[in-house]
Design a protein around this ligand. Structure first.
Ligand SMILES: *Cc1c(COP(=O)(O)O)cnc(C)c1O
Length: 426
């Protein structure tokens, strides 16, 4: 199928799949197999030496996962993609596919809690240091870049404070310093925003959120735009012979596939030798979710905007943040089709009142997730971001009275009714 001709609604349903040639199954089959038969020893040898492409073992590739990878690559305007067992693994393996001991990353500081901890506490154990800068503070980004820097990392809409990153501003700096811009776009699925069209090189999603759409699976994906030159010698992982792959230099020895060096290395080193593989059963759940993604994102965005407008007017609410609320230039530029399902607000009074509201609200589920069809609520300061010190919480813009809502696709009157009732109790 020629993806270029089709709109995003169509690609979300069809891209990457041709009906199964043996069974003619219309839905994507779940290929529950560990390994694949080789036609002969020669065929096996060709697959192992990358002379021919094909399936070897499901830690490295699986036809169900392959449809999901092709579909999301098409939706994001990328060249290729690779699935992972979680969004967290996708971020970790994407970055360790660029950086090794002694390298540095410059990251925005308004990150998903688990990502912040990975950058602040885990990557440094591997000798990879992350320099945090306030989102959209480009002079701070410039000041943080040095000869060790190998990547810039941002989230499209930061968690939990929901600032919109100026992707093009970051892309300009990344290009100037010949660094890849890696973007976590989980909060803005491709029907709302496609970071590659704004200059990103690598896009990451937690599939567990809106792409799944129903709170029923954990997974992640890395999408490669194939628009970055890895043959720059400072990226030693691409320019020096790889001991794990009989001396291959990923940026030089792949022939026509040199431009896919990043994603090929991610598969052959990340998945093959470290093993954070997505199961085909989970991949199938995400494919099912993708079919209704565009419809759901429109509804999530409409409902969330209504909720934000209701909260702004409410006397017990101190402040509200929703990326589509103020007609800001960044929201006009990056999110004209809807600003997603997340709303955060502060209750007057502080942490005690926030906890009381969260404990008393009906309809909303109190849990640590976002991007479900169901409306969800949490108090981040005491849960998702409690690993951060008070100072890091403050730096990340996380006030003690902040309540995070992930607005579902229930009827808007029921969602607002539940919030109104809960606010009347605090
Ligand atoms: C959930 C989330 C992650 C982590 O993904 P998992 O699939 O839970 O590992 C990373 N970034 C953002 C923005 C998220 O919302």
């Amino acid at each position: 199928m020629n993806n270029k001709k089709y709109h995003i609604e169509t690609l979300a349903i069809h891209a990457g799949q041709s009906p199964d040639p043996v069974t003619l199954s219309r839905a994507v089959p779940i290929y529950r197999t560990t390994a694949y038969n080789f036609k002969s020893s020669e065929h096996a040898a060709n697959l192992f030496s990358l002379k021919e492409s094909g399936n070897i073992y499901s830690r490295l590739m699986n036809p169900t996962n392959d449809v999901l990878e092709q579909r999301l690559a098409a939706l994001e305007n990328g060249a290729a993609a690779l699935t992972f067992s979680s969004g967290t693994a996708a971020i970790y393996f994407a970055l360790t596919n660029i950086c090794k001991c002694g390298d540095e990353i410059v990251s925005a500081n308004n990150l998903y809690g688990g990502t912040f901890t990975q950058f602040d506490a885990i990557l440094p154990q591997n000798g990879i240091n992350v320099r945090f800068t306030p989102v959209n503070d480009f002079s701070a980004v410039e000041a943080a870049i040095n000869e060790h820097t190998k990547a810039i990392f941002i989230e499209t809409v930061g968690n939990p404070t929901l600032e919109i990153a100026d992707i093009e501003g970051y892309a300009k700096i990344a290009q100037k310093h010949k660094l890849p811009l890696v973007v976590d776009s989980t909060f803005t699925p491709p029907s709302l925003l496609r970071p590659i069209e704004h200059g990103a090189n690598i896009v990451i999603h937690s599939l567990s959120k809106w792409i799944c759409g129903h709170g029923t699976g954990i997974g992640g994906i890395v999408i490669d735009a194939a628009n970055f030159d890895w043959s720059d010698p400072k990226f030693t992982l691409y320019n020096e012979p790889d001991r794990g792959y009989h001396g291959l230099r990923f940026a030089h020895d792949l022939g026509e596939l040199n431009k896919l060096a990043f994603i090929l290395r991610l598969r052959t080193v990340g998945l093959r030798n470290q093993g954070p593989t997505l199961s085909p059963d989970a991949a199938w759940i995400f494919l099912q979710g993708l079919e209704s993604l565009t419809l759901r994102m429109t509804k999530h965005s409409e409902n969330a905007l209504q909720v934000a407008k209701f909260l702004v007017e409410h006397p017990k609410v101190a402040w509200v943040k929703y990326p589509g609320l103020a007609d800001s230039p960044l929201s006009k530029k990056y999110l004209p089709l809807g600003a997603g399902g997340m709303v955060v607000f502060g209750v007057k009074g502080g942490s005690k009142e926030a906890v009381k509201l969260v404990d008393n609200i009906k309809l909303f589920s109190l849990l640590a997730n976002v991007g479900d069809a169901k409306s969800l609520i949490i108090h981040p300061a005491s849960t998702t971001h409690s690993q951060l010190s008070d100072e890091d919480q403050r730096k990340a813009g996380l006030q003690p009275e902040l309540i995070r809502l992930s607005i579902g696709i229930e009827h808007i009157d029921d969602i607002i009714g539940a919030l109104a009732d809960a606010l009347s109790l605090v």
